[in-house]
Design a protein around this ligand. Structure first.
Ligand SMILES: C[S@@+](CC[C@H](N)C(=O)[O-])C[C@H]1O[C@@H](n2cnc3c(N)ncnc32)[C@H](O)[C@@H]1O
Length: 224
């Protein structure tokens, strides 16, 4: 139910999201998260990238500009159309359940990135399936809200929350989005259950406050 509400929100909010990303309207992205994820991925020197939940495609555009062959997948036809129009990769309409189930994308990929795109509770089947799309030197890059910042005044406990997008302007986004808040230990546990070992963690800082803007995880497949 919640997963359906997530994908529904990205149908309703596709145009508002495209506008805000392309106008550089998200402060944390301006302050450092975009640069951080591009730098981490570029540092892995991939020839190929799979961008899971690619949205309007900015990450593929940034990496294709550095010579990486990019594939983006997303469940929102409108976001995918915006991505295709702007170019920078092959963009395919595939949802996570389909990706987890079969061979919807071929690969293999040197980097598989999930940039603020793992929003549901049960992410283990998807993460496990992504291992099978990885090249021998491949890595998974998961970029997400920093749990200690995103927790706000709520309990520091795994659970569903709701994003109204009000911070981006009243009435701009049409539908609130449920999202599953994960503690740091839950992130590591879910990655481990899916067969990944955390290789490094980065916490890009807000240059004004020094507080972390996000959590950036690089994971390697656990040796058989
Ligand atoms: C916060 S946006 C991030 C988009 C993009 N990665 C970026 O950095 O701008 C989350 C994206 O995940 C996609 N998404 C969420 N759940 C999905 C699902 N079950 N299958 C495919 N895409 C999904 C949404 O359509 C949306 O584009």
């Amino acid at each position: 139910m919640k997963d359906e509400a997530i994908t529904r929100s990205w149908l309703a909010n596709a145009d508002a999201w495209t506008d805000i990303v392309r106008s550089d309207g998200i402060e944390s992205r301006r302050l450092g998260t975009n640069a951080a994820v591009v730098s981490v991925i570029a540092g892995l020197a991939p020839d190929t990238l799979l961008d899971v939940g690619c949205g309007e495609g900015w990450l593929c555009r940034a990496l294709s500009g550095r010579g990486v062959a990019c594939t983006g997948i997303d469940a929102s036809p409108r976001l995918l159309a915006a991505a295709r129009e702007a170019g920078g990769g092959d963009f395919e309409l595939i949802d996570y359940a389909t990706l987890a189930d079969g061979n919807a994308v071929s690969g293999p990929f040197d980097v598989i990135a999930c940039n603020f795109a793992l929003l549901g509770e049960d992410i283990v089947p998807l993460l496990a399936a992504l291992r099978r799309r990885l090249s021998p030197r491949g890595r998974l890059v998961v970029h997400t809200v920093h749990p200690w910042q995103a927790c706000g005044d709520g309990d520091y406990a795994d659970g569903w929350r709701s994003e109204s997008f009000a911070a981006f302007g009243a009435g701009r986004f049409k539908e609130a989005m449920p999202w599953f808040f994960r503690t740091l230990s839950r992130w590591v546990a879910d990655l481990g259950e899916a067969g990944w070992v955390v290789e490094s963690l980065r916490e890009p800082p807000d240059p004004n406050t020094g507080r972390p803007l996000s959590l950036l995880v690089v994971a390697a497949p656990r040796a058989a």
